[in-house]
Design a protein around this ligand. Sequence first.
Ligand SMILES: Cc1ncc(COP(=O)(O)O)c(C=O)c1O
Length: 383
Amino acid sequence: MKFRTRSIHVGAKPDPATGAVVPPIHTATTFIQPGAGEWGKFDYSRSGSPTRNQVEKTLASLEGGFGALLYASGMAATHGAMMLLKAGDHVVAGSDIYGGTYRLLHKILNRSGIDVTLAPAHDTQAFQAAFQANTKMAWIETIGNPLMTIPDIRAIADYSHSRNALLGIDNTFATPSLVRPLELGADIVMHSATKYLGGHSDCLSGALVVGDEQLFKDLYFTQNATGAVLGPFESFLLGRGIKTLDLRVREQSRSAMLIARWLEQHPKIKRVLYPGLEGHPGHELAKKQMAGVYGAMITFEVDGDLEATKRVCQSTKIFGLAVSLGAVESLIEQPATMSHASYAASDKVRFGITDGLIRISVGLEDPEDLQADLTQAIHAGIA
Ligand SMILES: Cc1ncc(COP(=O)(O)O)c(C=O)c1O
């Protein structure tokens, strides 16, 4: 079956007891067993629950993986992957990553004796140069954040394997609709499912998907032992969101392309970072890796000072001033003070996360309305 058909039919079978087209939400935390010491398919909902497992099947199919695990949030999923590491191990992570991942790596994993080095993932040589003898994991994002950089996934996967390290990749911005990193050699795909997979800003959730059975078993063991699983109601919402994922992502990407081209021509805009633009340094790679659809996240810089940047962010009427992304409603934010506030000031300077950047998540509204909203906000912000 093709991607869209699988997103609707894999996992979500009609309920055999009633014929209901939408399977029920199973709220049970415990399950009757066939005998003492004999185990049925489900026993306790931390270890597995029908509603969660259905959506795990859908997502594994969409990413082309052996199996998927759903977590209470994207950060819980990333932490789940990082718990594969032990004291003395080292991580090489992209310099253009979500602020919360930066915080996990620098302020939590360091407590367990795990070191991290940041390096630009879009510069394959520089990224490889950051590997050490004890590097066990590389961690990148399919589309870097907030600078929209594009890493060569295949090259980084091959190099990581040559160094006996795993490649984990945060596929939140691209989704399996546009990129399937396991097919390009990555070992672990991570999602903040809170974003495009759920798609409606109403379901905090995370996921890991892997291609290898033993790796799946290791991650499952850790998840079951530590407990950050996704509850049944959120699992239901996530499964419902995934059914329309492909339509949403493609339509939102189409609007983003129009808006990026328009911003590029705007006299008050200094710089537009969007991989769909021919002038973007990662454009050719993105064209190959993303099958010609570039996602719905855009970062841009206005021709004005910090106050002007803030005024633009605060003047939109349709774009909501909020962190997060990937839902039907458009959002706007200032990465330096919002999504990437956790970066050390020196790392923000070093990696170009400047105060003048504005990041937008283009939603499903009519693109003409979005353009009109940005027009009036830029006008209000930069007198
Ligand atoms: C790219 C990316 N990765 C991971 C996360 C963390 O996910 P969550 O907020 O679901 O824990 C986010 C959240 O904003 C994100 O944008």
